[in-house]
Design a protein around this ligand. Structure first.
Ligand code: ATP
Ligand code: MG
Length: 238
């Protein structure tokens, strides 16, 4: 039996047999502003409060802003940073370097994957977030390399049995897709979708557990709020 990792999100564990399957990679898919980063930070904070080590790998967003925004939710990561239980890694520049390299030849996707996995192993983290899975800078023309990077990353992450990972994917606005490149959703073990849907005169946030391999899930779409101190709080099926 696979161990379950409690998510820390009120109402979510009950929809998937008690939590995320340990050692697997789960995609958190949503359009901009749907709550992906908030949900991911909450997952890490839950681990930190349980005495686990966690890592946030950020791309395209400044770590300082991540911590600032977390504070508005009354989440203070600073003590965990100070004692080394929480590590925040900004790999935007690293990817830019590979982007520049692109003009000369193939992107060295295996090198990127190796470096990320090496960092995660070094930290001895049991919960990892990579937000987003694919940097915006990766050019669609390089689809084969992007696919190789995504497959390699998820494959190697899932080789680490103690590490449960959330990867976010950007859903292009107005589409019914799960990601930018259309491969992310197939390689991961699970998908959580976040959405804003329109009621008569306002939008409501919603979440659905779209797939978790080897797990019975409830396929209802739940409305949720984002509240200071509590983060993502599931309400009722819509
Ligand atoms: N302290 C707070 N209280 C209530 N709502 C908040 C608070 N902080 C953020 N939010 C809401 O959460 C929303 C989602 O933010 P979040 O950064 O998690 O989304 P995201 O899906 O990661 O966005 P992006 O695609 O831009 O990375 C914000 O637009 C904001 O409305
Ligand atoms: Mg975000």
């Amino acid at each position: 039996m696979v161990e379950r990792v409690p998510t820390g999100i009120e109402g979510l564990d009950a929809l998937m047999a008690g939590g995320f399957p340990q050692g697997r990679a789960i995609l958190v898919a949503g359009e901009p502003g749907t709550g992906k980063t908030t949900l991911c930070l909450q997952f890490l904070l839950e681990g930190l409060n349980r005495g686990e080590k966690t890592v946030y790998i950020g791309i395209d967003e400044k770590p300082m802003h991540i911590l600032q925004d977390a504070r508005t939710l009354q989440w203070d990561f600073q003590p965990f940073l100070d004692k080394g239980a929480f590590q925040i890694l900004d790999v935007s520049k690293y990817f830019s370097a590979f982007h520049n390299y692109e003009s000369q030849g193939a992107i060295q996707t295996t090198q990127i994957v190796q470096d990320l996995i090496g960092f995660i192993k070094n930290c001895q983290a049991s919960r990892v977030v990579i937000d987003p899975i694919v940097p915006l800078i990766f050019n669609q023309r390089r689809l084969p390399e992007i696919n190789e990077y995504i497959r390699g990353l998820v494959f190697d992450l899932e080789d680490l049995p103690q590490v449960t990972t959330l990867l976010t994917s950007l859903v292009p606005v107005g589409t019914n897709t799960f990601s930018q490149h259309g491969i992310e959703e197939f390689v991961v073990s699970g998908i959580i979708t976040l959405r804003l849907f329109k009621l008569t005169n306002k939008y409501v946030r919603s979440l659905m557990v779209r797939k978790i391999r080897g797990t019975q899930t409830e396929l209802s779409e739940y409305s949720f709020d984002i509240l200071a101190g509590r983060g993502v709080v599931l309400r009722q099926p819509i």
